[in-house]
Write a protein that binds this ligand. Sequence first.
Ligand SMILES: Nc1ncnc2c1ncn2[C@@H]1O[C@H](COP(=O)(O)OP(=O)(O)O)[C@@H](O)[C@H]1O
Ligand SMILES: [Mg+2]
Length: 322
Amino acid sequence: MIEFKNVRKTFEDGTEAIKGIDLVIPEGELTALIGPSGCGKTTTMKMINKLIVPTDGNIYINGEEIASKNEVELRRNIGYVIQRIGLLPHMTIAENIALIPKLKGWKKEQYEPRVDELLELVGLEPEVYKKRYPLELSGGQQQRVGVIRALAAEPPIILMDEPFSALDPISREQLQDELKTLQQKIHKTIVFVTHDMDEALKIADNIAVMKDGMIEQYGSPDELLTNPANEFVKTFIGEHRMSKGTAAFVVKDVMSKDLTLLKGSAGPIISSGAAISLAAKKLLETNAEFLAVDENGETIGYVTKEDILRAVADKEGSTHAG
Ligand SMILES: Nc1ncnc2c1ncn2[C@@H]1O[C@H](COP(=O)(O)OP(=O)(O)O)[C@@H](O)[C@H]1O
Ligand SMILES: [Mg+2]
């Protein structure tokens, strides 16, 4: 977990880039920082690996303040991917990927298989690509190598600053898909800077919308879509995306309030705020006819498979209509 507590950054020329942010970035999730150019995304990200030092406030990684940490040591545990990845041109792809593991003292028997494994993970045949030099790869392929290079030494945290924005739309979408699949396997704590809302909605677990050095809203993609905090967030998300509403709704929205069915039964329970996907899963797992819906220790209704099917069908209908 990475935590910002009342962090500010004023540059020497007086630019107030970050005007006081509090942010909790959960472990093992992908958190996007999004906002217009100049709003402070890169500054926020660079404070995590101490490329930029805050003027005020503290940043903690797993509860430890980073201010007192050795920055070289800190950065070895934080992968970093930027827009133009800067693979080292005179090193082969294999050498580029193995660089940080080697610096960390890994032995050949450890890093060699790792290089192959990572190349395979992003669909680059090791025997074909290992011995090539960066300029012998397309932009999309180079960027893939940039991503796996950041993963090579298995850092728990990876920072990605607009890593795909210099790519053509097709490569960009492919890499977004690959990153998503990859993250399902590796569950790293990823901080991902973007100015592209479609990208953020597609890949992020959490999104912080920034403006003028402050965070306007922080939440899941669904929360932003269904409940934008203000006009700025609304505009930034765009009406067309909100009407699409990929949002999951919760058990309380679809349950039946008639409690007669529940009399004397002690079936499985689910909380009123749980996603309906969770309710569906629980119904299938327990093979129960219904789940009792609990809110603060009180049973307020029940939900059946039919309730869920109906709700999903309605949702599909409205999605396509919108
Ligand atoms: N080294 C610097 N010195 C002075 N101002 C800076 C410096 N780096 C960034 N800034 C300013 O801080 C603000 C935030 O920059 P940045 O974090 O790079 O924004 P973003 O990544 O969201 O585009 C901008 O106004 C930018 O011009
Ligand atoms: Mg930036």
